[in-house]
Design a protein around this ligand. Structure first.
Ligand SMILES: Nc1nc2c(c(=O)[nH]1)N[C@H]1C(S)=C(S)[C@@H](COP(=O)(O)O)O[C@H]1N2
Ligand SMILES: [Mo]
Length: 406
């Protein structure tokens, strides 16, 4: 079954009330209590004051956004293919927990196993065969602020620019290896990891630990239980000691600080695939439309409003990525979308990661609008306008970046 069919099946089961974990009635109660359907209260000032992120957030590398930190694209101009940990974006629903890796255990349990619960220490995982892959991690809300600034639409959630994305080299053990060791049965339907960070409370309701189900087919395909990032032990803010890395899926699937994995023999639901990370709005069914995959985007390695010297040649650099496959080519306009030129690819184009590119430009005096549009090998490209949804997910349209030259 493909992912679209899976989502459709889950929507039907959820509507019919066959929901394990988080039912449609739970959601209706919750939205009634919160007063606003689908409203998302993401950044509580109290949590922000406690310092939800452990690593330093120097202003030249990050823009703080409540419990989260956005990477400045200008900070990626000087780095190679992978985003170093010191500038990799952080998306926390609450705050980074400090977990003792010596006593940490991963518990795998549920009716989708042949026997009872099985638990693993970090040393147990280190002893299993490892894999390393360069994979993009991107928040489904990346680019959300452009729904408002470019399309004049009101959406709720963290007002990300384009910096809620990064590619890192992740090393760990395949989730399939761990599930098979735990005694996966042929009855298994969904696999759901839960985080050890504090429960997420919104609108006065405790939604429990951050968690989101994966179909068993995806869990057995390319998902990694990662304990290393760019060659270092996984840092606290990115899920130490162990997190999921779910290639091509939205960032919220890549559960950090994994403590428990439930393998069910029935469909699972959580607020993270019913209330959040779901399309709501006039173009979607009343109960919303689930989605799992990221889309396609491009970004220049500069901050909006960057100033250049007029009449002097400058090398524009950027990156493009698509969850559907490798980037085929990228075109750039420096005149507000009238003329488009092919950007030169730089370095590799890797599936589930990104393509770096560059283009030379000699700006004239005045204000300019830079745009980049990517095409992937599956025939996808970036539209002029992204499809509106109330929670502002998957903004894929071409972004207009204002710059000046004097
Ligand atoms: N346990 C837990 N896992 C989580 C989250 C969280 O708040 N708690 N945030 C998710 C979201 S929405 C995203 S986009 C990614 C961000 O990963 P990063 O902070 O390492 O960049 O982690 C995901 N995993
Ligand atoms: Mo996210």
């Amino acid at each position: 079954m493909d992912e679209v069919a899976y989502d459709k099946l889950r929507l039907g089961q959820w509507q019919a009330g066959r929901a394990h974990g988080f039912s449609r009635r739970d959601l209706l109660k919750l939205t009634a209590a919160a007063g606003v359907a689908g409203a998302l209260v993401e950044a509580s000032p109290a949590a922000a004051a406690e310092g939800p992120i452990v690593k330093p957030l120097p202003p030249e590398l990050f823009k703080p956004l409540g419990t989260n930190a956005e990477t400045r694209w200008s900070a990626l101009a000087a780095v190679g293919y992978h985003v170093p940990i010191d500038r990799f974006f952080v998306r926390n629903h609450t705050s980074t927990p400090i977990i003792d890796s010596a006593t940490w255990r991963l518990e795998v349990s549920g009716a989708g196993l042949r026997g009872g619960p099985v638990s693993f220490s970090l040393r147990d995982l280190h002893r299993l065969p490892s894999v390393a892959r360069s994979v993009t991690l991107e928040c489904a809300g990346n680019g959300r602020s452009y729904f408002t600034s470019q399309q004049g639409q009101t959406v709720s959630g963290t007002a990300w620019g384009l910096g809620a994305v990064g590619v890192a080299r992740w090393r760990g053990v395949r989730l399939s290896t761990v599930l098979r060791k735990a005694g996966l049965s042929s009855r298994a339907v969904d696999v759901q990891a839960s985080g050890l960070d504090p429960n997420y409370v919104t609108g006065g309701v405790d939604l429990g630990p951050v968690r989101r189900p994966l179909p068993v087919r995806k869990a057995l395909d390319d998902v990694i239980l990662a304990y290393e990032m760019n060659g270092s032990p996984l840092p606290a803010d990115h899920g130490a000691p162990v997190r999921l890395v779910v290639p091509s899926w939205i960032g919220s699937a890549s559960i950090k600080w994994v403590g428990r994995i439930e393998v069910s023999d029935v469909p699972l639901f959580s607020p993270w695939n019913t209330q959040f990370y779901r399309f709501f709005g006039p173009d979607f069914p009343a109960d919303g439309r689930p989605f799992d995959r990221q889309s396609i985007k491009s970004a220049f390695e500069l901050d909006p409003g960057a100033a250049f010297t007029a009449g002097k040649r400058v090398r524009l650099t950027g990156r493009s990525w698509s969850a559907a496959g490798r980037i085929k080519h990228v075109e750039v306009s420096t005149d507000g979308g009238v003329r488009w030129r092919r950007a030169r690819p730089v370095g590799p184009s890797i599936d589930n990661a990104w393509q770096r590119w560059e283009l030379d430009w000699k700006p004239s005096v005045g204000a300019h609008s830079l745009q980049a549009r990517a095409y992937d090998v599956r025939g996808n490209s970036q539209p002029e306008v992204a499809t509106f949804n109330t929670l502002g997910y998957l903004f894929d349209a071409v972004v207009k970046v204002p710059v000046t030259a004097a």
